[in-house]
Design a protein around this ligand. Structure first.
Ligand code: SAH
Length: 356
């Protein structure tokens, strides 16, 4: 079988080339073409010997996701519908000026976490993405947007739960970090998770440490059980204790995301409880007023309610921001990533295949 080179870290590529009797520097050249410039055609890798290019084409491919559709929002947000080698579809989003350029990347087809207010959850779990498919989204967006030479951030906040696909996610981050590739600083990477505890503990000892964002969404076990079902297994108290132990770099903090749902978790009492929960954690809070959608049985609170909540947090000394919703007109907003081209029927097919 032809091996997909986009799946390999530099060390693995060096071994593969060594097996062909080629020196390390060839692996580095190759890695640069693929990961720094997004080139997938061996023929175009002009600093490699012609003979080597031919040999590579016999042994390897460079397969990255294929863009099937792009929607651009009036606010500049762009949603990319991408097709994978097995025809599964995922979405990635480009968010300009927040204040940096940000790519929002998926880690799974669908999601198994079933958070009560999230559309991706409704579509069920399809499969894990590979490291090449995760890093490949970054390459595709950088290429489409002409941003290979420009700085941008990535947030693993697209479809899926990154800590439910741990190995591929971390490998993708290493591929993006490699100095011979995009050379992305981990400070430009944010991993967002519901808090799969064993994986979070593992993350704590990773040499390559992205910024951490925790999807908290509730201040009592009872409410979190309802909104984020994984809480029944890894509860709020244990999650916050794991956060207290988490080794943070100098000046860095854990972001806590808090989706605001009218009448569910948006009261001043919740805000005061949240202040207590944050005790002993270097945190910042990101309030996400719900992006409403058909099929989500919750409402977005009034702005005044959100502001009151934010004020209580800020007055207690917490750092708080309210996320401005981007790309709502193209359904690229948080929690709205569900591949509509596949449509409901595909999501349903997936869901019934899961329960069969
Ligand atoms: N699985 C990861 C990444 C998912 S999406 C996680 O849960 O953190 C990133 C954020 O969008 C999460 O905080 C998620 O809870 C939030 N989100 C999901 N649906 C939403 C919606 N309808 N409105 C606002 N935010 C939503």
């Amino acid at each position: 079988m032809v091996q997909n080179l986009a799946e390999l870290e530099l060390g693995e590529l060096e071994q593969a080339l060594e097996a062909m009797g080629r020196p390390r520097f060839n692996a580095r050249q190759l890695y640069r073409w693929v990961h720094r410039r997004g080139v997938t055609d061996f023929g175009a890798m002009t600093d490699l010997a012609l003979e080597l290019r031919g040999e590579l084409a016999e042994t390897f491919s460079v397969t990255t996701p294929e863009v099937v559709r792009t929607d651009v929002s009036s606010d500049g947000t762009a949603k990319f519908l991408l097709k994978l080698a097995d025809a599964m579809l995922i979405e990635s989003v480009f968010i300009p000026d927040t204040p940096s350029m940000t790519f929002c990347v998926s880690t799974q087809v669908g999601c198994a976490m079933q958070c009560a207010f999230c559309l991706t959850g409704k579509m069920g779990f399809g499969r894990n993405l590979t490291a090449g498919e995760i890093a490949g989204q970054v390459h595709v967006l950088a290429r489409e947007l002409g941003m290979f030479e420009k700085p941008f951030n990535i947030v693993l906040m697209g479809m899926g739960e990154p800590l439910h696909n741990y190995d591929a996610t971390m490998k993708a981050l290493r591929i993006l970090h490699d100095p011979h590739g995009l050379s992305m600083s981990p400070r430009r990477m944010t991993l967002s998770t519901v808090g799969v505890l064993p994986a979070l503990e593992r993350l704590a000892s990773e040499p390559l440490m992205p910024n951490l964002a925790i999807s908290l969404h509730a201040t009592t076990e009872e409410t979190r059980d309802r909104l984020v079902p994984v809480n029944r297994k890894y509860n709020l108290e244990d999650l916050l204790n794991a956060c207290r132990r988490f080794p943070l770099k100098k000046r860095s903090r854990i972001t806590f995301e808090y989706v605001m749902l009218a009448g569910v978790n948006d009261s001043p009492t919740d805000a005061r409880r949240l202040v207590k929960l944050m005790h002993g954690i270097r945190s910042k809070i990101n309030l996400l007023p719900l992006n409403e959608a058909v099929g989500i049985d919750f409402r977005r609170p009034e702005d005044a309610r959100v502001n009151e909540f934010a004020r209580i947090l800020a007055e207690s000394g917490l750092t708080v921001s309210v996320r401005k919703s981007r790309g709502r007109d193209i359904r690229a907003a948080c929690g709205q990533l569900i591949t509509e081209t596949q449509g409901r029927s595909a999501a349903q097919k997936l869901a019934s295949a899961m329960t069969a």
